[in-house]
Design a protein around this ligand. Structure first.
Ligand code: GUN
Length: 286
């Protein structure tokens, strides 16, 4: 039976260390880290995520600047707001909640955010830095997953790692972070010929697809570490991951639950990135 990787516990530790570091930073510099979060439209899930980010900021002792804009906001208006936030010295991090309404070009918005304030690490300059290993920010969800893997005490070095999903937000950067720690990495997607065979090889399996119960027990190697990034709703409307938790947990050595696994880590790492951005702006990190 797998041991549970407790995302609430690991994230609480990260959050506490950020809170203490923030206290020291404020005393030293008189600067309060500030995070601006932009939400366009009224997607219910996005509203919850944005609310959680604000709450986390206040708990860390940060300033939170919320910009809730109507669905009808034009791309020009959004780019204008980003320009203002880029120039505002009280704002150290800028996060524009995705997805954006269809009439707004997501890429243009991501590229408009100053790379120094890009706490999501979505800007091409930051993505490039991740590729070369010379980064300031790591994307929050993959960075949080690395913390969860570290919490198991298992080393990634030399392990076969399979990432299922190739999104820019999770799959691709996840593969890169596992590679940085000397994992042998394999990225699977909807055109992968034999997903089961690829997953069965994995010592560390990361599922980031968005399909409930895609990963079943017969696809998991005995003793594997299984990380579930999925946030799906089942037929009863209950939150569930990409992994058939009940059965896969009989085979895995460690497994993340949904909820309470990867989810809480994303916000914790966002807080860490915001503090890093504030320290960089204050000249403490080059
Ligand atoms: N939407 C879902 N996850 C994320 C995230 O990590 N960052 C942003 N900006 N939007 C998201």
């Amino acid at each position: 039976m797998a041991a549970l990787i407790n995302g609430k516990e690991v994230s609480a530790k990260v959050r506490e260390s950020v809170r203490l570091e923030t206290e020291e930073f404020k005393k030293r510099t008189g600067v309060t880290p500030g995070l601006a979060v932009i939400l366009v439209g009224d997607d219910p899930a996005s509203k919850i995520y944005v609310g959680n980010k604000k709450k986390a900021c206040l708990e860390e002792g940060f300033n939170s600047f919320e910009h809730i804009l109507p669905e009808s906001t034009t791309e020009t208006e959004l780019l204008e707001l980003i320009k203002k936030l880029n120039a505002d010295p009280a704002v150290h991090g800028i996060l524009c909640q995705l997805p954006l309404p269809k009439h707004i070009n997501e890429r243009a918005v991501i590229e408009a955010i100053s790379p120094e304030k890009d706490v999501d690490a979505f800007h091409p300059q930051n993505v490039g830095r991740i590729m070369t290993g010379n980064y300031k920010f790591l994307p929050c969800t993959p960075a949080g997953i690395m913390e969860l893997i570290h919490s198991t005490g298992i080393s990634v070095s030399g392990k076969r790692c399979t990432v299922v999903g190739r999104s820019n937000i999770v799959g691709k950067p996840m593969a890169m972070l596992l590679l940085h720690e000397n994992g042998t990495v394999n990225i699977c997607h909807s055109k992968t010929a034999d997903l089961k065979a690829e997953c069965l090889r994995a010592d560390i399996l990361v599922a980031a697809v968005g399909k409930a119960k895609l990963i079943t027990e017969d696809m998991v190697k005995e003793g594997a570490v299984v990380i579930d990034v999925g946030m799906n709703r089942n037929e009863q409307g209950k939150l569930c991951g990409d992994v058939d938790f009940e059965n896969v947990s009989k085979k895995a050595s460690f497994i993340t639950p949904v909820p309470g696994g990867v989810g809480p880590m994303t916000i914790a790492m966002l807080m860490r990135n915001t503090l890093t951005a504030a320290k960089t702006a204050a000249g403490e990190i080059s």
